[in-house]
Design a protein around this ligand. Structure first.
Ligand SMILES: Cc1cc2nc3c(=O)[nH]c(=O)nc-3n(C[C@H](O)[C@H](O)[C@H](O)COP(=O)(O)O)c2cc1C
Length: 143
């Protein structure tokens, strides 16, 4: 079964809600999914996966340092050609997902565009958008 791993940071839970909805969408589309916060993830979580989705909220015009450090550490793994996706909740400027997306592109991953940013707590529509991203990742793997 094709595999997706979702790794995220969240301060007040909004990016976490997005992550869980992406998981739901991806599982519904037939992917095997692991989901972890950045604090509990291990290098093994990105071994042997087809796609990696990374999420961070924006705090002070940046992604969470723990997420950035994890994405930097990913450089030790073979990532070329894997599918990537960046997502995150934001309040007004929303830099985090853009920064993550660029870092994943730097690893020559096949990054889904545009990245998924949702303002504050995801509404029902926002949750649907997240589920769709899960579906989209599955479609891209199956192509
Ligand atoms: C101290 C602080 C700084 C923030 N800085 C930004 C910012 O620079 N740009 C932005 O778009 N949102 C900013 N926000 C809003 C958060 O990104 C927003 O509340 C988001 O929903 C938090 O997601 P989380 O629940 O996953 O932590 C800030 C919030 C706090 C509390």
């Amino acid at each position: 079964m094709p595999k997706l791993t979702i790794i995220y940071g969240t301060g007040s839970g909004n990016t976490g809600r997005m992550a869980k909805a992406i998981e739901e969408g991806a599982r519904g589309a037939g992917l095997e999914v692991t989901i972890n916060t950045v604090d509990t993830v291990t290098p093994a979580d990105i071994e042997n996966v087809d796609a990696i989705a990374i999420g961070s909220p924006t705090y002070i015009k940046a992604a969470m340092p723990s997420v950035i450090n994890y994405v930097k550490a990913m450089a030790d793994q073979p990532l070329n050609g894997k599918i990537g996706a960046a997502f995150g909740s934001y309040g007004w400027s929303g830099e985090a997902a853009n920064v993550i997306s660029k870092m994943l592109e730097g690893y020559e991953m096949d990054v889904i565009k545009p990245n998924l940013r949702i303002k504050r707590q995801p509404s029902d529509d926002g949750i649907e958008e997240c589920k769709k991203l899960g579906n989209q990742i599955a479609d891209k793997i199956n192509k």
